[in-house]
Design a protein around this ligand. Structure first.
Ligand SMILES: [Ca+2]
Ligand SMILES: [Ca+2]
Length: 258
């Protein structure tokens, strides 16, 4: 009876330690060939290098495997070396409790950045202190820009959960006639990033007024120790004149924590 059952099964590579059958089976079953399960498999324990099933696998003891790919998994305990996202995001719809290892190894929180906020300004100003948005191509919007920001600062207070470090990244646009002025970003009132910009007559006119632009989409990427519950991020420039002649804009402001 067992031999007949095995002959019907294809396309799974694993050893079944104890396969639930209508009769008691006290020894292990080792399969050298593939096994495909399209229904439910119940047993007391599974050890495998790879498990593939379109149905359900349940076990009252341990499952040990090098790799599992599934759309849903329910566990009481999970031990992993690494987690990879099949899409861009890993979503956890529950409280996440992370215990530091007893050894000197770094914990998950100490080695991985968690994206807290991403402000792309496509649909609104995300609560920044000035809400004027612009776009160059009619599709990708940013905060500020032509006839909006020059000598004025723009800021936002981020309310943060417990953390030890923050990473702030953004894109900074220097539009139209910059003459060596300085762009800057502050974190909690302290300047943490600067860059100077100068427009050249032969430069490209990408956006804003008709003048060539100094720099477009300058990457900002700053990591600082930070543990407070509020982080104030401020952008500005040393431009003095009319924002219709020279201006700055920001886009894709992202705050990461760890
Ligand atoms: Ca944008
Ligand atoms: Ca321009």
């Amino acid at each position: 009876m067992l031999k007949a059952l095995i002959n019907k099964m294809k396309n799974i590579r694993f050893m079944i330690c104890l396969l639930f059958l209508p009769f008691a089976l006290s020894t292990s079953v080792n399969l050298a060939s593939d096994l495909e399960v399209t229904g439910t498999l119940s047993c007391e324990g599974i050890e495998a290098s790879s498990i593939n099933t379109t149905g359900t696998i349940s076990t009252s003891q341990d499952i040990t495997t090098d790799q599992v790919e599934t759309s849903s998994i329910i566990l009481s305990e999970l031990s992993l070396d690494e987690i990879y996202a099949l899409s861009d995001t890993i979503t956890i719809n529950a409280n996440l409790i992370i215990n530091s290892p007893s050894s000197s190894e770094s914990s998950f929180l100490e080695t991985s950045w968690v994206l807290r906020d991403h402000h792309d300004f496509e649909l609104g100003s995300h609560g920044w202190s000035h809400d004027k948005r612009n776009t160059c191509d009619g599709e990708d919007f940013f905060l500020g820009g032509h006839c909006a920001f020059s000598h004025e600062e723009v800021s936002k207070k981020f309310k943060l959960p417990p953390h030890n470090m923050v990473k702030i990244s953004a894109n900074y646009h220097m539009l139209d006639k910059w003459e060596g002025e300085t762009a800057y970003m502050k974190a909690d009132g302290k300047i943490v990033w600067t860059m100077t910009g100068t427009s050249h007559e032969q430069g490209a006119d990408i956006c804003g007024g008709k003048q060539p632009d100094a720099k477009f989409a300058v990457p900002v990427d700053v990591t600082i120790p930070h543990s407070g519950g509020i982080l104030e991020v401020t952008f500005g420039s040393t431009l003095k004149g009319d924002p219709c002649n020279a201006s700055y804009a920001i886009d894709d402001v992202m705050v990461y924590l760890r």
